[in-house]
Design a protein around this ligand. Structure first.
Ligand code: SAM
Length: 269
């Protein structure tokens, strides 16, 4: 069994379990479907209308993103590793009379999709489940149309370096920044999903690789997770010291298949 098989099998099994009841298996509600684009995007990153647009919900199964985009009139494809999570998309789409195409697969190999087929790729937190983020970005660049939008959220590296709290309730950065191997088990599991294998990606990889893959970054946000009222041990307390996530809005540049981050220079002969 290769390393790849091992982490993918582990993550598939973990996400199948999480699909049976976790914050990530929260499906879109009727209330959320009333104004689907505002529900998906409170920042105004999406166009005013997505009617007729091709949207890839990447590693985004669970019956939330796919349903909201479909209600908003987009043609929706979901790729996810977990059949359990994808089942929620199928079930909710059937319930609402929507069409959602679901594909079981891994984000770093989307060979089943043709080049330049999506106007929007929307990826919630999930790159942490893959060792090589550059492979994921290469695939996203390949399937996104020139001018297309890539909206994503990732765990910040520092968040994944925390191991525990010390006796003075300080968060200890106990794991090294430079690492290729999977993250070990730690005592503070605030932003680690049970049973999964995760990898830390450095800023150079999270942001730099995205630019080198043929995207320009139009905006970057850090979702606010601090709560001054929270006691040590709660997410909100930890969020006062370490922001857990980063959200990126990026635009595909160049032509299909061209992953150069800048136009090539023409040199007269
Ligand atoms: C945080 S959940 C996102 C789902 C959810 N709709 C949300 O935003 O709350 C992460 C998803 O990534 C998926 N995933 C993990 N590894 C993957 C891989 N290698 N390729 C595709 N999807 C993967 C999991 O199955 C899970 O559905």
């Amino acid at each position: 069994m290769t390393t790849e098989d091992t982490y993918q099998r582990t993550n598939k099994a973990a996400w199948n379990r999480l699909s049976e009841g976790s914050p990530f298996s929260h499906v879109a509600t009727d209330e959320e479907c009333r104004d689907p684009l505002s529900t998906l995007d409170g920042r105004g990153w999406l166009p005013k209308s997505v009617v007729g647009q091709d949207v890839l919900c990447l590693a985004a199964a669970g019956g939330w993103q796919s349903i909201l985009y479909a209600v908003a009139g987009a043609r929706v494809t979901v790729i996810d590793l977990s059949p359990g999570m994808l089942q929620l998309d199928t079930r909710e789409a059937e319930k609402r009379g929507l069409t959602v195409r679901t594909i079981e697969g891994s984000m770093d190999n989307m060979a089943m999709l043709a080049d330049a087929t999506f106007d929007i790729v929307h990826q919630p937190v999930s790159t942490c489940y893959i060792p090589d983020i550059a492979a994921v970005y290469r695939e996203i660049a390949r399937v996104t149309r020139p001018g297309g939008l890539y909206i994503s959220q990732h765990k910040q590296p520092t968040c994944l370096q925390v191991t525990h709290r010390d006796i003075r309730d300080r968060y200890v950065i106990g794991l090294e920044y430079y690492r290729n191997e999977a993250l070990p088990e730690v005592r503070d599991r605030s932003y680690r999903e049970a049973g999964t294998t995760e990898y830390l990606h450095r800023w150079d990889q999270l942001v730099g690789e995205l630019c080198r893959s043929g995207f320009v970054i139009e905006d970057l946000r850090e979702p606010y997770r601090a709560n001054p009222e929270s006691a040590p041990g709660h997410f909100g307390h930890r969020g006062r010291f370490i922001p857990p996530y980063v959200r990126l809005k990026a635009r595909r540049i160049g032509s299909a298949g061209n992953t150069a981050a800048a136009p090539a220079l023409w040199i007269p002969s």
